[in-house]
Design a protein around this ligand. Structure first.
Ligand SMILES: NC(=O)c1ccc[n+]([C@@H]2O[C@H](COP(=O)([O-])OP(=O)(O)OC[C@H]3O[C@@H](n4cnc5c(N)ncnc54)[C@H](OP(=O)(O)O)[C@@H]3O)[C@@H](O)[C@H]2O)c1
Length: 311
């Protein structure tokens, strides 16, 4: 085996050109880790935010740094003390750090689950962060109960598509904002009320809301306080300063995702069975990753974009 491998990395923070494909040394699994041969990796909003240096205070990096936070592949080697997997096992998961855009990556075995037989690597790679983050962000302010009125901003995106399904299943009345072209998709996931954020003002349609889940941030967050009931809450994943922007007497919560292998295992099994919809909108090859990261920042988005390393 070659001692080097392909990777998508940044040598300095910057714009679209800062992410490049380069050869780097192949890692070896440490204690409690497995070495995974990555077959596919999911593209996430955090990729361009890391690239630009927006989150350098929250996630200080030693540069150069390989981007990518989730993947699916096969176990290539098992490190000392790791016992959950064997070489050849198909696995999927979040890394809990960066490095997924490389042919091989070391991962703490506790982050990983076996990829269900009915789920191919390309579909599996886009699941670990969005499906788990959507679940935990939806429940971050407390349990969801039947009859609650929930507004989900960014409902067509990676997290939003799952959150709509989870909320609907719990018996909530779901209001969902999305772009014009994505409204039918969001409705098909179970949203009771779809709101076109390009032509309608959500605050004129969604009122007496118990929970806002904000996957967009910015002025969408600032405009959302007025739609809440007296005891309603906003959970945000996009504006880390949500606490500072929470008006007196209001409840605003910042959400930070963490790996949760038990939950991922359950959700991946549902996706494999077809009882939970996981939307893949685009598959790119390895060399297309830097452009896909930039499109996540600028372009219209529905579901997930995944890089297939065999392309
Ligand atoms: N804090 C954490 O731990 C954590 C974890 C995961 C993700 N995140 C963050 O959470 C956010 C959502 O992640 P994601 O992966 O779901 O992103 P995504 O796939 O890019 O989805 C975002 C969605 O928001 C839509 N959108 C944009 N402007 C909107 C508006 N004004 N109103 C309603 N929808 C709007 C986009 O649709 P159009 O394309 O039509 O504009 C897109 O479908 C990102 O900011 C991501 O970085 C945070």
């Amino acid at each position: 085996m070659s001692a080097t491998q392909r990777a998508v990395l940044i040598r300095a923070y910057g714009g679209a050109a800062a992410a490049e494909v380069a050869d780097i040394a192949r890692p070896a699994a440490g204690p409690g880790q497995v070495l995974v041969r990555v077959r596919a990796a999911g593209v996430n909003g955090i990729d361009w935010k890391v690239r630009e240096g927006y989150v350098r205070d929250a996630f200080p990096l030693q540069l150069p740094a390989v981007l990518g936070i989730e993947m699916a592949g096969a176990v290539a080697a098992v490190g000392p003390g790791a016992s959950r997997f064997r070489a050849g096992d198909r696995v999927m998961g979040p890394l809990g750090r960066l490095g997924a855009y490389a042919d091989f990556v070391t991962v703490d075995e506790t982050n990983l689950v076996l990829t269900p037989p009915g789920l191919d690597d390309v579909h599996a790679a886009g699941v670990p962060v969005a499906a788990v983050a959507a679940w935990h962000s939806l429940h971050h302010a407390g349990p969801i109960t039947a009859g609650q009125r929930i507004l989900i901003h960014g409902a067509a995106g990676g997290l939003g598509g799952y959150a709509v399904q989870y909320a609907r299943r719990a018996g909530a009345e779901v209001f969902a904002t999305a772009a014009t072209a994505h409204l039918e998709y969001v409705r098909s996931l179970g949203a009771d009320h779809v709101i076109d954020y390009r032509t309608q003002r959500f605050e004129e349609i969604a009122r007496d809301i118990d929970l806002v889940v904000d996957y967009v941030g910015g002025d969408v967050l600032d405009r959302s306080w007025q739609v809440l009931t007296k005891h309603g809450a906003i959970v945000g994943t996009s504006s880390p300063d949500i606490l500072a922007r929470t008006p007196p007497g209001r409840r605003g919560l910042w959400f930070t995702n963490k790996p949760d292998a038990a939950l991922l295992e359950r959700l991946a099994a549902e996706i494999a069975k077809g009882t939970l919809i996981s939307k893949l909108s685009e598959v790119v090859g390895f060399d297309g990753i830097p452009a896909a990261i930039e499109r996540n920042r600028t372009g219209p988005r529905i579901g997930k974009v995944v890089a297939d390393f065999s392309r």
